[in-house]
Design a protein around this ligand. Structure first.
Ligand code: NOJ
Ligand code: CA
Length: 689
């Protein structure tokens, strides 16, 4: 049951299509509700013919009357002097299968409304607003058909607003800064939010939670949320270097503007809205895409033991790579990432975008020998391409670079776009350099081009310094992971570390967009010594829990092999934990405070649970009803010891096993900056092993 174009919507449960085409409707609100009736999206227009909408959740207005429209450089805008023309309605309830993911089967159940708008005066113009309302939120987008006066168009502004209560609490990071999306999350009243990167998550006074984001960002600019007037958040599209926001032709559709809605914080984490609003798999057979765990010559550079560049501390040597391959083979890890293998890293590599080679190795790194050695040991090399944001240099070498990796059996490439925000480099045919944002239309199209070229060689891409995640992994399942927030690397020696609440906040914000290559599993938490501020602000057990909490189909086992040897008992959890899931359930949590996920392995019977807390120690009760059935499980519980505390005693831990079933409630005590990680195995019947 692959999710592809040949075989769309295979697991249709019920599918009822009700199409109504009505004649011109004059200024009366048109509504569409979610299948469970709780969410209602209403569209209307004012006396000037300006379209607007609102969203209600039960009796609560979660988005008050908010504007809609597009503004063009040389064409009359789609924002006023408009009338509603036709209204179409439909409903759909189907399910589709993910090739990999946090759950195998995804239900796609919505009611749809399409409202046509056309001009009252001025040049003739039309567009449609398509709205899908699910039980977990709303998506809406503009669809602009081909029409006489609109052919090539340049969008200079999008007028979509989200008018939310100013006293709602927002969890957000600033948008369009020099450090892209790598900022610490802020928790403020909405009224204090300025240009913000999405997802932006909010808690209303009632306890209702919403998260504003976008889905299916293709051939368009990403948007920031800009507080134009108090409480009025407007889409602010990322500009191209030519000052325009989007250049396109009719017909076109915009990405979906999404609002996930839930009565509590945890509900947001169980939403499939973003994936459901993306197009099905466009790659056909994707059985070559391989979730799994990888180790790498990576953390050693971040903590200053090795260098990317050549010289006596060079990390990417043939012998060091073989050592990591041996380590991966011994513990059944799938990949070995090697950074700094290719020429171009010497000197200030942040500024080496123009000189990186993606095919030429340093002399002390024998690419053929290491890929042969990896293959002989049942492991794959994970490729690496740091571009320093020079997309022209990368695109020029892309075919040769991907062909090379394909010929050597490399199936995954981690890419990097280290460059300040707005400083991606694009050289035009006249030799003029243009500076682009990582989430501009130019970058969006570059990232899609990478995926298509990689897919031709059965290669998956893990993008660092990417564009935001908007669910395109459904259409291109070879977009296997990405960074796009402050990851573990901030706990190395080159930046102030992430505070304990950061990992919790990631789940309620960044990860709503999709998987993150956070790179968990640092065991040497005090890697610069006990007096350094550069350390990992978590307990050891918190590092284990991250494998379950921060979803990614590829997870790095990020520390140096020798550091795992210090805690072989805790390391066993990392050896055992899968990265591909049959089902996932966010069980408990509170935005910014703590979070608990349970996931069932794909192709097996085991469940895993991960819980993490912020700087507050807390005792939590976790009902085990997710286990289902009357099976008894043996739970191996990895928990913080009684004295554990991220600051004073991060290594204190206990591992114990007990028999457990779905009727029980676990009481877990999480230390400050701590967590819990559990493997549940079905208990063999008496007499069985
Ligand atoms: C940034 C990535 O996030 C990091 O993981 C990598 O080591 C450096 N770029 C070098 O490519
Ligand atoms: Ca990074």
């Amino acid at each position: 049951m692959p999710d592809n174009n040949n075989n769309l919507r295979v697991m249709t449960i019920i599918s009822a299509i009700l199409m109504l085409s009505l004649p011109v409707l004059e200024a009366c609100a048109v509504e569409v509700a979610s299948p469970d009736g709780l969410i209602t999206y209403a569209v209307d227009r004012d006396e000037q013919g300006r379209p607007h909408y609102n969203i209600r959740y039960a009796d609560e207005m979660v988005v008050h009357e908010s504007g809609l429209g597009l503004r063009f450089q040389n064409h009359v805008e789609f924002g006023q002097s408009l009338q509603q023309t036709n209204v179409e309605r439909s409903s759909s309830d189907s399910a589709w299968e993910q090739p990999w993911g946090e759950r195998r089967i995804v239900r796609d159940n919505y009611n749809e409304l399409l409202v046509g708008f056309s001009s009252i005066d001025g040049p003739e113009r039309h567009f449609n607003l398509r709205v899908r309302v699910y039980d977990d939120g709303v998506g809406f987008r503009y669809e602009v058909p081909k029409q006489a006066y609109y052919d090539d168009v340049a969008i200079v502004d999008e007028l979509t607003e989200f008018r939310v209560p100013q006293d709602a609490v927002a969890y957000w990071i600033p948008g369009r800064g020099w450090n892209r999306y790598e900022y610490l999350y802020r928790t403020t009243p909405v009224g204090e939010l300025s240009l913000a990167h999405t997802p932006v998550t909010m808690r209303m006074a009632s306890g209702t939670h919403v998260s504003i984001h976008e889905a299916a960002l293709v051939n368009y600019a990403a948007f920031m949320l800009d507080q134009r007037r108090p409480g009025v958040l407007q889409t602010n599209l990322v500009p191209r270097s030519d000052g325009l926001r989007v250049r396109t032709q009719t017909p076109f559709v915009t990405p979906w503007r999404t609002i996930q809605i839930s009565p509590d914080a945890v509900g947001l984490l169980n939403s499939d809205l973003i994936l459901n609003l993306n197009e099905p798999n466009a790659l056909g057979d994707v059985s070559w895409i391989e979730p799994g765990k990888y180790v790498g010559i990576w953390w050693a550079m971040h903590i200053g033991r090795r260098t990317w560049g050549s010289g006596e501390k060079h990390g990417a040597t043939t012998s060091e790579t073989k050592r990591y391959i041996d380590f991966a083979a011994e513990y059944g890890f799938d990949g070995v990432l090697v950074e700094g293998w290719n020429t171009g890293w010497d000197g200030d590599w942040f500024n080496n975008g123009a000189i990186f080679s993606f095919t030429e190795a340093y002399p002390d790194f024998d690419l053929q020998a290491v890929t042969d050695y990896a293959r002989d040991n049942g492991v794959r090399l994970t490729g690496h391409h740091e571009t320093s944001g020079h997309i022209t240099n990368y695109e020029a070498q892309m075919s040769a670079a991907y062909d090379l990796y394909e010929s050597l059996g490399v199936r995954q490439i981690k890419t990097g776009y280290v460059a300040d925000g707005g400083q991606m480099q694009r050289l035009d045919a006249h030799g003029v350099m243009h500076y682009e944002w990582h989430d501009s239309q130019i970058a969006v199209n570059h990232f899609e081009y990478v995926l298509k070229e990689a897919a031709k060689r059965k290669i998956s891409i893990n993008t660092h310094e990417p564009v935001k995640a908007t669910g395109l992994r459904r259409t291109y399942p070879n977009w296997i992971s990405r960074e796009g927030a402050r990851g573990q690397e901030y706990n190395a020696a080159w930046a102030p570390p992430n505070p304990p609440e950061h990992n919790v906040l990631l789940t309620y914000t960044r990860l709503l967009g999709g998987p993150m290559d956070f790179t968990p599993g640092i065991f040497d938490l005090l890697h610069q010594g006990p007096d350094s501020v550069y350390r990992v602000q978590s307990t050891l057990i918190h590092q284990l829990a991250l494998y379950v909490v921060l979803y990614s189909p590829i997870q790095m086992v990020a520390d140096l092999p020798e550091n795992y040897a210090r805690y072989p008992d805790a390391f066993q959890f990392i050896v055992d934990v899968p990265t591909d899931w049959e089902e996932s359930v966010a069980v408990a949590g509170s935005a910014g405070d703590y979070v608990v996920f349970a996931r069932k392995e794909r192709g097996g019977h085991d469940w895993y649970l991960g819980a993490i807390t912020d700087e507050e120690p807390r005792a939590i009760r976790v009902p085990l009803s997710f286990l289902g059935g009357d099976q008894v499980y043996l739970a191996t519980i990895y928990r913080d010891g009684a004295e554990a505390d991220w600051d004073k005693n991060p290594y204190d831990h206990v591992i114990e096993t007990s028999a457990i079933d779905r009727d029980q409630t676990l009481e877990l005590r999480l230390a400050a900056g701590g967590g819990a990680a559990i493997r549940f195995r079905p208990k063999p019947e008496a007499g069985q092993q």
